[in-house]
Design a protein around this ligand. Structure first.
Ligand code: ACO
Length: 444
């Protein structure tokens, strides 16, 4: 199979959200902390009728319907998620309700990296000798919720479904990949009675940047070995990052510019070189702690950021961190903003999952053939329409919902309000969890 990659995509996020500005006032933090400090606009969240299973049922059904795919054409279905509803039964098995026959594979979990693990599995399957000629589907689904405190505004929720096969408009350049994995307690979920993670915010930021540097190093090394020339930021048109919050994305791209400076790559002009020169002697550790370097590199990278990163930031800023779906929601933002203009372009993605594991990889885009074309993917996803038809909640109502969800997490023997008035037609919702913890869903 040639040009294996993403043939089609759809995204779902809950229609319920809070404004970060309202949350700042409610939480009593200084004005601008969440909107400018973290760079976030809104935060989407599941109410008691939605969860990672309902969102994935919604998005997979929509993917099949909107691209007119017969479920019999699907040979493999994988889910990436870090939202634990059941310690044994995979989310994938819930999705079997849509299919009446055998479909291979299960779930992948490692914080926000699970979706990427599932995606690589599926692409490798289509590229392998065990491929049976059918399509694969990869689902990334998460509800990111944090306990009250500084991490809470970095929550979010969404599910993304991607159809995988040959001759894709979004093709993997599988030979260019750089990975980094190590043991860290930056963000983890050891308390099985709670949906909330334990998070060391500062450590997670440094772990993310160290992983980024290392992946970029290996990525460049691979490229140079295979292409016989140096890789620099000029060799790709767009850079897409796992997006816990936008400020970290700004810092990450600035970090790549600093990497190019240190590597003496052609993407860094003389003015930038001059501004970054004072930092050329910093050790690795010092460079992660230097506020002056952070400021200087962000300033120097601003024009390149606006061109190569800004078009990827819409959904992560509007919805928040979507864990496994976050990177692919950023990529969906790019498709939404640029669609057919992306034909011929190279896009680099950086996936990060705490704990930790990370990969930088490359995609090459082509217009493709309807219905698997860049412009049709943008039309089907209807990002602008979905954002516009949302319902704003007051922070008090958001906090109230979080309290109810804490109560419901791991609980049995309850029925939900079954209130689906805010959901659009075709959306799945949770109706009941019975005395044996079995979950029941309905479709609006
Ligand atoms: N106006 C403008 N900016 C402000 C204001 C204000 N009024 N107040 C604060 N800021 C800035 C700060 O200067 C800081 O910016 P900087 O990073 O450029 O210095 C930023 O806002 C955040 O403020 P902090 O005080 O550093 O924030 P805090 O420590 O309270 O929390 C954190 C931030 C650590 C990101 C927290 O939200 C968190 O733990 N989130 C979850 C962990 C996370 O997402 N990690 C990322 C990788 S791991 C993963 O994906 C889950």
């Amino acid at each position: 199979a040639k040009n294996v990659g993403i043939l089609a995509m759809d995204i779902y996020f809950p229609p319920t959200f809070v404004q970060q500005e309202a949350l700042e006032a409610h939480d009593g933090v200084s004005k601008g902390k969440y909107t400018i400090g973290l760079g976030q606009d809104c935060l989407a969240f599941c109410t008691e009728v939605e969860d990672v299973i309902s969102m994935s049922l919604t998005v997979v059904t929509s993917l099949l319907e909107r691209y007119k795919i017969d479920p019999k054409q699907i040979g493999r279905l994988e889910v990436g998620s870090e939202t634990v509803i059941d310690k044994s039964k995979s989310i994938k098995t819930f999705l079997m309700q849509i299919f009446e026959f055998m479909i291979k594979w299960v779930d992948s979990t490692n914080a926000c990296y699970g979706g990427t693990a599932a995606l690589f599995n599926c692409v490798n399957w289509v590229e392998s000798s065990s491929w049976d000629g059918r399509y694969g589907i990869v689902v990334c689904t998460d509800s990111a919720v944090y306990a009250e405190g500084p991490a809470r505004p970095t929550g979010g929720a969404a599910a993304i479904a991607m159809l995988i096969g040959p001759d894709a408009p979004i093709a993997f350049e599988s030979k260019f990949r750089g990975s980094h994995m190590s043991h860290a307690y930056d963000f983890y979920k050891p308390n099985l009675a709670s949906e909330y993670p334990v998070v060391d915010g500062k450590l997670s930021q440094t772990c993310y940047l160290v992983a980024l540097d290392t992946c970029y190093k290996y990525f460049c090394h691979k490229y140079e070995k295979l292409e016989g020339k140096q890789f620099s930021l000029s060799d790709a048109d767009y850079f897409v990052f796992h997006s816990p919050y936008n400020k970290l994305v700004q810092k990450s791209f600035a970090r790549l510019v600093f990497n190019d400076f240190v590597r003496n790559a052609s993407s860094v002009d003389d003015i930038a070189k001059e501004k970054l020169a004072p930092f050329s002697t910093l050790t690795g550790d010092e460079s992660y702690q230097s506020r002056d370097l952070e400021k200087a590199s962000q300033q120097v990278s601003k024009p390149l950021y606006d061109a190569k990163v800004q078009p990827t930031t819409l959904i992560p800023k509007q919805v928040g961190n979507m864990y496994t779906a976050s990177l692919y929601a950023a990529f969906a933002s790019l498709l939404h903003n640029k669609n057919s203009e992306l034909a011929g372009k190279r896009v680099i993605l950086f996936s990060y999952g705490s704990g930790l594991t990370a990969t930088m990889f490359s995609l090459r885009l082509h217009e493709g053939q309807h219905p698997f074309s860049l412009s049709n993917i943008a039309t089907v996803m209807n990002v602008a329409g979905k954002l516009k038809s949302r319902h704003e909640f007051a922070p008090e109502k958001f906090v109230e919902t979080m309290h109810l969800m804490e109560h419901r997490y791991g609980a049995k023997d309850f029925v939900t309000s079954k209130d689906c008035s805010l959901l659009s037609p075709g959306t799945y919702y949770l109706t009941e969890v019975d005395s044996k913890y079995r979950r029941f869903y309905a479709k609006k």
